[in-house]
Design a protein around this ligand. Structure first.
Ligand SMILES: *Cc1c(COP(=O)(O)O)cnc(C)c1O
Length: 369
């Protein structure tokens, strides 16, 4: 029988296999802008914008998780920008999620529409039926954030391919632990590693991954020329997070499911969205393409005041935006102008013991009556 360790074991062990006696077992941080270069260049490191050993080690780790080549960026949006800049030219048409990460659409509107790119939007739940005629690029985010709608990635990929469009999947909410869009036909994945990948709310970073060598080389060249280089210190923080990614994601998912199950039964809650709930409209497709359902639960309380009170009265919630950290956090999304009800709460589960989080959340809801 041939047995191969899982990618997680490989992530944890591959570095040590390449070491010699006396080498450090932990990944060193190498903050050098320039490297010794006598004579002619020979492919070794020579300048920090072209390559850094710490950054490359972390890219190799992400490459294992994605089963693809990965290029690191100093934020998720820098990764988005690299994709848009390398793939779009005047006259191209883009189809983008109407309900995913807002800044992606803002970047397109602000910088690409004036340069002759045509932008069309479609709600995540309707992506598989969208009109992709003449599209150059289709950008999906599933589950979408904060609404937690889901689209059938394989179906969208088939449609995109038939139209000759590239399919890009923002996999930030799911992470490669829960979902592998490239296995389902996506050409590229982008992630805000700021969230669960780094996982400790202390660094911004992002990446683009692709199994298409020509595409990923365009992204890498763009980074070298555009200069959006991640620092070796920040890359190292991401590395530290990646070593516990699977453990953290499993616990956060378990917490989200347990919280969602409790919310479903609580009289103060008007509605709950979590793709892991069998009753959720996203569940049929999500259960087909996701291994687990992510750390985010969205739900609606009576009004904004109830939502704020719930957040304030829950000692295990940090009132903050973002997600994927070790602490559970929550916010009223109406404050950002999202198309949601006044009492809509996005709760991003951390890695607290599940029972603690469920009890604290239930008690905070009880105070609303
Ligand atoms: C946070 C986020 C981004 C942007 O990442 P930054 O690191 O903040 O630039 C992109 N997409 C999604 C889904 C996100 O949640």
């Amino acid at each position: 029988m041939t047995w191969k360790p899982s990618v997680i074991s490989e992530l944890l062990h591959h570095r040590a296999r390449g070491l010699s006696k006396g080498d450090p077992v932990a990944l060193p941080i190498l903050p050098s802008s320039t490297f010794l270069l006598p004579g002619d260049p020979d492919g070794s490191h020579f300048y920090g914008r072209n390559g850094n050993p710490t950054v490359e080690s972390v890219e190799a780790e992400i490459g294992l998780l994605e089963n693809a080549e990965a290029v690191l960026f100093p934020s998720g949006m820098a990764a988005v920008a690299a994709i848009l800049h390398t793939q779009l030219k005047p006259g191209d048409k883009v189809l983008v999620h109407a309900d995913g990460y807002y800044n992606v659409r803002a970047l397109l509107e602000e910088h690409f529409v004036p340069r002759g790119v045509i932008v069309e939007t479609c709600p995540t739940a309707e992506m598989a039926e969208a009109d992709m005629t003449g599209c150059r690029l289709v950008m999906i985010e599933t589950p979408s954030n904060p609404g937690l709608d889901v689209c059938d990635i394989a179906a969208v990929a088939d449609r995109a391919k038939a139209e000759g469009a590239l399919l890009v999947a923002d996999n930030t909410t799911a992470t490669p632990i829960c979902q592998q869009p490239m296995d389902l036909g996506a050409d590229m994945v982008l992630m805000a590693d700021t969230k669960a990948m780094a996982g400790h709310s202390d660094v911004l970073c992002g990446h683009v991954a692709s199994r298409d060598t020509a595409l990923i080389n365009q992204i890498r060249t763009y980074r070298r020329l555009g200069g959006a280089i991640v620092s070796p210190f920040d890359a190292w923080l991401l590395h530290r997070g990646l070593e516990t990614l699977e453990l953290r994601v499993f616990r956060a998912n378990e917490n989200a499911l347990a919280v969602a199950q409790m919310l479903e039964k609580h009289p103060a809650v008007q509605s709950v969205r979590y793709p892991g709930l069998p009753r959720d409209v996203s569940h049929a497709i999500a259960s087909h393409q996701m291994r687990e359902y992510g750390p985010i639960v969205s739900f609606t309380l009576k009004d904004r005041k109830s939502a704020e009170m719930f957040i304030e009265n829950n000692p295990l919630i940090v009132p903050a935006t973002s997600f994927g950290g070790v602490h559970t956090s929550a916010e009223c999304r109406i404050r950002w102008g999202d198309q949601v009800a006044e009492g809509f709460v996005r709760m991003a589960c951390g890695i607290e013991p599940t029972e603690d989080l469920v009890i604290a959340t239930e008690k905070a809801l009880d105070t609303l009556r």
